[in-house]
Design a protein around this ligand. Sequence first.
Ligand code: SF4
Ligand code: SF4
Length: 477
Amino acid sequence: MLPELNTTSLGSIREDGSKLILHPADVSGRYTTWRRRVAAVLLIIYVALPWIPVNGFPAVFLDVQERRFHFFGLTLATQDLWVFFFLISGLGFSLFFVTSLLGRIWCGWTCPYTVFLDHLFRRVERLIDGDAPARRQLDAAPWTTQKIVKRVVKHTIYVAMAAAIAHVFLSYFISIKGLYAIMHRSPQDHATAFGVVAFLTAALYFCFSWFREQFCVIMCPYGRMQSALVDDNSIIIGYDKKRGEPRGKVKDVNAGDCIACNRCVQVCPTGIDIRNGLQLECIACAACVDACDDIMTKVGRSKGLIRYDSLVGLNGGRTHLLRARTVFYTLLTIMGASVFAWRASHIEPMLANAMRLSSGNAFNLFNGNIRNQFVVRVINKRNQPSTYTMSVEGELPNELQIAGNETPIALPGQGEDLKSLVFTLPQTSFTKSFKMVVRLTETATGKSVTTMPIEFSGPDPKAQNHDYLNAGQYLQK
Ligand code: SF4
Ligand code: SF4
């Protein structure tokens, strides 16, 4: 007889709604070993990315201050960030694809939250407080000197690790050099960065020291989408009921393979019993697989009572990996990645924006001339210095004079500058407003970009030479 499926409450929350502190037991086995290896590689990658220089910038550097975003040698200005829509959608669909194929493998193996929690914070806890029974005993013990010392040491290390992660996070936005510089100054000199690190440290400490698996169960949006992404052919971690039930003692010849030792429950970091079927809390960490394999080996039965398999497979059927949804998600992933690659390879190496000078007036009148003044922001998106020339295009009156584009503009790599463009037209030649664009041309390559159209404006020709025209006269003209 199967245990009744608990559909009304979470395994890690008591009936009164308070949090049950879980102490997952130690586990070893092939998946645990591989998870540790993967986590070690990921931790190195997380920390190393802001250190590795590519094209003169960190491999990943979200330079918010300069509004430049560097990704493995590709530099994007704020205006180019729309390209990331395709990359992010492609990544989103690739996650859909992986989930529809392999369930929550992301959660158990590669999610930074799991990596930090399982492979840093829980390891420290194991080191200081001992194994699961010792931790439970310590929790229940009175506040002796030894318990206080252990708690102080553990939480001090937690805070230090949370602060270290927060600093690594910040280094993605201000670079290691920037981080080093601000760490040597007073927090008052960089209040925002200090505030971000302080907040993140507090949030990470809260999550990893106490909230733990509740984040995956209650807050993670990806976890909430699981049931919509997996189907009966998705590879999940499941219990082979046909083989395991009815549970019984090892020597019971009428019992199935499950000896009801509960090891799979004891090692589960989210406190569930996988024998009750796939549950929302399962992060696919495979701890129960290793635990059960170990038991099966000890009792001389074949491994795999709990295993990676599909629901179809667990029920004795043949799993189909190629399905409409996996093909659909694959196509969407390829589409997102292709559009991103195509657009990223066509990003212009420079940018020009023209804005009317914010002096209050659209134009000025002097000595019978109309003057319009614009500011052109020129951005060099290359990492090398470059020189540009500026020209103006449109249906321009012959009498229009342009000042400000006579000399080439030299910019350092990733540099930008503001240039003034002044347009002057005799008032007698002005019949109506007209549009034009500023073209910026790179002298070395001949590549060019244009600004959005700007408008030369002047006084309403009807009003010209009627300096003292009043509103009534104006309307009659
Ligand atoms: S570890 Fe295996 S044998 Fe033990 S209770 Fe879980 S499923 Fe049954
Ligand atoms: S049920 Fe198994 S795979 Fe799922 S979270 Fe618990 S131990 Fe990990």
